[in-house]
Each structure stands twice: as C-alpha cells, then as structure tokens.
Ligand binder design. Structure first.
Ligand code: COA
Length: 459
C-alpha cells in the first residue's frame, strides 16, 4: 500500500523533471522538484526500484510507465528536505498540484479497491514516509473544492490515472485513531496514535465517544487500551496548551471540554475497564481512573507529570484518586507534587489496579473478564473524603512552588466538596489558574522546545 504511494510520487516527480528538461526550465525549478522524493531516492539508490515497480504496475495501464529520466540518471542533485528553494509561482503551483494529484489519486485508489484501510494508510504515511499528516487528513484540511480542482488538473495532465469513485467527503468517514475489536461481546477500543504516544486530542476523544455511543446498547461493556507496549496514553495533547495559557477562563473551559468523555464514563451503566499497557500519563491517567476498573501490564506505570509542565492536572487528577482510593492519599500527594511514577505492582497493592498481566494478550483477556464480572458500572463514590494534609511546598525539587501550592489547594477543597461534580469543577478552575502562572508558560514552552524547564525564576 505505501509503496504504491511512494513509488508513484517519485515517478510523478520524475515526469515533472522530464517535462522541465524538455521545456528548458531553469535549474532552480529542477532543484525544487528534486527536493523531496529524490532526496530519499538518493539515500536508497532507488531509481532502479521505481523503474521496476512502475514497470510491474504498467499491467494496470501505460499511465504507470516509469518516467524516462529515471533510467538516465544515477544520482540526483538535491537540496536537503526543508530547505526552501525559491521558484516562480507557476512552477511552484504546477509541482504542488501534480504531487498532491498523484497522492490523492493513489490514496483514493487504495481505499476504493480496499488495497488498504484508510486509517492504516494515514498512519503508514506518517510513520514510514515522514508525512506530517496523512493524505486523507491533508485532503480534509484543504477542503473538497481544492481536492476536486487538483484532481481535475491531474486527470487532464495525466490521463488514465485512477480517479476517486466518490466525492471527497466520502473518504473522510473513518476512525483515524482508534481500533475497535469485538472480544466475546466486549468492545475493545485501542488508542492508536503512536506518533504522539497515544496522546488524546479532540479527535481521539470524540472517536472513543463515538464508538462507545454506537455500541452502548448492545455490547456487554468496553475495554480501553493503548497501541503498542510503550504508552497507554501520554495525556492530553500538549500542542493545544499554548492557546489557553494566560487565560484562566479559557483554560478552565478547555478542561471542561476535554472532560466530555470522562463525564460520559461517569454516567454509563455498562462497565468500562482500562487495560494499561504502558505509561499512563496525566490526562491518560485521568482517563484510566475514570474507567470503572483498571488492569495493567506488570511493567506499566502511572504518573501525573503536569507539575513538570508547570500546570495542575485539571481533569479529575486532583480529586478522583482520593475519592476512589482514599488510603492511597499520601502516595497521590507525592505523585501530584513531584511527578513520582507509580509502578503497576504498587498500584495493584493500593487497590487501584485490580489485576496484573504479563503479556498484552493476557492483559486484554483479563480486562474483558473484569467487564463480565462487573456486569454493570459501579456507582460513583459519594460524600466528602478525609485525607491527610499535604506538606507545604518548598523549592527543593526544582519545581514550581506556586503550582505545588495550587495542587494542595485543589486537593484539600476537592476532598471536602459536597459532590463529585463540585469536586471536578474545583479541578477545572484550578487548572485555569495554573495556566496563568509563569511556571506554565515556562513548562509548556520547554516541552515544545524539547528542553528542560527552568522554574528557578518563575516562582
Ligand atoms: N501531547 C502531545 N504530544 C506528545 C505528548 C503529549 N502529551 N506526549 C508525547 N508526545 C509526542 C512528542 O512530542 C513526540 O513527538 P515528535 O516526535 O513529533 O517530537 C512523540 O510524542 C514522542 O515523544 P518523545 O518525547 O520524543 O519521546 P521520549 O521517549 O523522549 O519521551 C515521554 C516520552 C512520555 C516521557 C515524553 O513524551 C513526555 O514527557 N510527554 C509528555 C507527557 C505529559 O506531560 N503528559 C501530561 C499532559 S496532560
């Protein structure tokens, strides 16, 4: 499936070069065309491969014939990917349209002929071909009109190339980031966004909700797990945080909005079990602890890393663990204030995790068994909770004293709140306040710039 995308993309770039050579277009334009695909071809000595695969593909029609130029050159003169090359607007638009044209033509062909599934195509292009976004995601963001314009031009310039059999919108109706399996009547939902360690953005959240709503009446219950062995879920998508920094109301609203899945879980009758297959971090841990039960790989771990970002965990992290497992309060204090990691074995001893597994297969089987044992979702714990006071914050750990103070406040107020909803609201507002601190600005910037945060000047 991916070779189809890549080979035809390279071949199309080679055709553009053939055309440019024939038209005696200047060498700058040639470099522009060269920049992407040919950089990779050089690395892989790939010309003969493209010639061979496209010769095979000619069985589907002569429009797949390899570009003549591929046989006439050994190495390409390229600029490194990402280095801009300035060319005239007409050349730039011709190259862009042609490469997008072949990309969308092949992508729709892959879907139309079920050569591959759309979600696999998207993920493969990101993981294996280094795309920032999959071709269908790119089509969604460019809009139907632009896709149709580009494809119409492609059809004119490259007659015979496959064209989509349905309008552009028809290629967008699929789950991008979750896999759904049926396991003895239980729906197993696997978060699959390995490029961001299964972090939750709006789309992932809505896809999980969509699957739950679609099967809530008929399935015995649900298991939520993560793809791969590294992460269950690395939390809320940090890429969206900068938009709410410095605005307490917007940040609190963001926390409320991100909680739509968690609130749905709170109100469900069918049980949902989290199968923790790796790291459950921040918003990922907040998702796990809102499931009605947790099972974990023995090697998995739970962590609230928010303090290292200079923010507080606003989606229930400062209230839910205390209400569900009050005996763990001293450990939760430490997890929140120092980002201490809790291993699955310890979480099991605390009663947070009801069973441990040694393999992914056993993990899913145990989670399914727990769904069946539970039968219905247990009701939410009610009333206030008595917990030990948190030690006052100090600067010793190099973390933000101000944000540790905010955590202490939310934990205390959350424990004495008269209802679950009121306790959650305390968390949302507290997150809003934390988003206005200098520590949040530093912590989030440091993560996005891939450096260690320096809280020594932020308070
Ligand atoms: N949101 C968005 N992207 C995330 C993410 C998150 N919560 N967690 C990880 N990612 C992305 C990284 O940005 C990186 O993307 P890139 O390759 O495009 O740069 C990719 O996932 C892999 O993560 P990376 O940091 O390179 O891997 P690592 O092995 O060095 O570190 C972690 C792994 C989990 C320790 C690190 O990613 C991390 O600290 N993540 C943030 C966890 C967090 O604070 N969550 C709470 C948010 S509520």
């Amino acid at each position: 499936m991916l070779d189809r995308v890549f080979d035809n993309w390279c071949n199309e770039a080679a055709f553009l070069l053939d055309e440019a050579t024939a038209a005696e277009v200047d060498s700058v334009a040639m470099e522009f065309v060269n920049a992407g695909p040919f950089f990779v071809l050089n690395m892989a000595n790939g010309n003969p491969i493209i010639v061979e695969t496209n010769t095979h593909q000619q069985e589907e029609g002569d429009h797949y014939a390899p570009a003549p130029i591929l046989r006439s050159v050994d190495r390409w003169k390229t600029v490194p990917p990402g280095r801009p090359v300035s060319v005239g607007a007409e050349t730039a638009s011709q190259v862009r349209d042609r490469l997008l044209g072949v990309l969308w033509s092949q992508s729709c062909e892959i879907v139309d002929r079920t050569i591959g599934l759309p979600a696999d195509l998207e993920l493969g292009c990101v993981l294996a071909l280094g795309f920032r976004r999959g071709p269908l995601g790119l089509a969604a963001s460019e809009g139907a009109e632009e896709v149709e314009r580009v494809l119409a031009r492609f059809a004119r310039e490259r007659p015979g190339m496959p064209m989509p059999v349905a309008p552009p919108a028809a290629y967008q109706a699929f789950l991008r980031h979750v896999l759904v399996d049926d396991y003895e009547g239980v729906k197993v939902i696997t978060l699959r966004r390995p490029q961001a360690m299964n972090a939750l953005d709006d789309q992932v959240t809505d896809e999980i909700l969509q699957v739950i709503r679609a099967h809530e009446d008929t399935a015995e219950g649900f298991v939520i797990t993560g793809y791969g062995t590294r992460a269950f879920c690395a939390g809320a998508d940090i890429g969206r945080f900068p938009k709410v920094l410095g605005d307490a109301d917007a940040a609190a609203d963001y926390a409320r909005e991100c909680s739509r899945l968690l609130l749905h879980l709170d109100g469900m009758e069918k049980p949902v079990v989290a199968a923790i297959n790796g790291l459950a971090l921040g918003g990922g841990l907040e998702l796990a602890i809102r499931c009605h039960d947790l099972v974990a790989l023995r090697s998995a771990s739970l962590q609230f890393p928010e303090i290292k970002l200079g923010i507080t965990p606003g989606l229930g992290g400062m209230v839910v663990p205390y209400r569900r497992w009050p005996a763990g309060a001293p450990i939760f204090h430490e997890m929140l204030c120092s980002a201490r990691r809790l291993g699955a074995v310890q979480a099991h001893e605390l009663g947070m995790v009801s069973a441990l597994a040694d393999s992914i297969d056993a993990l899913v089987a145990q989670a399914v068994a727990r769904v069946k044992e539970l039968g219905v979702a247990p009701s939410l714990p009610s009333g206030t909770v008595d917990i030990p006071t948190m030690a006052p914050a100090n600067a010793a750990g190099g973390l933000s004293v101000e944000v540790i103070g905010l955590i202490g406040q939310a934990v205390e107020e959350g424990a004495t709140a008269s209802s679950w909803a009121e306790a959650l609201e305390i968390g949302y507002r507290n997150f809003g306040t934390s988003a206005c601190t200098a520590a949040a600005a530093e912590g989030i910037a440091a993560f996005l710039e891939r450096r260690r945060p320096d809280f020594s000047k932020t308070g």
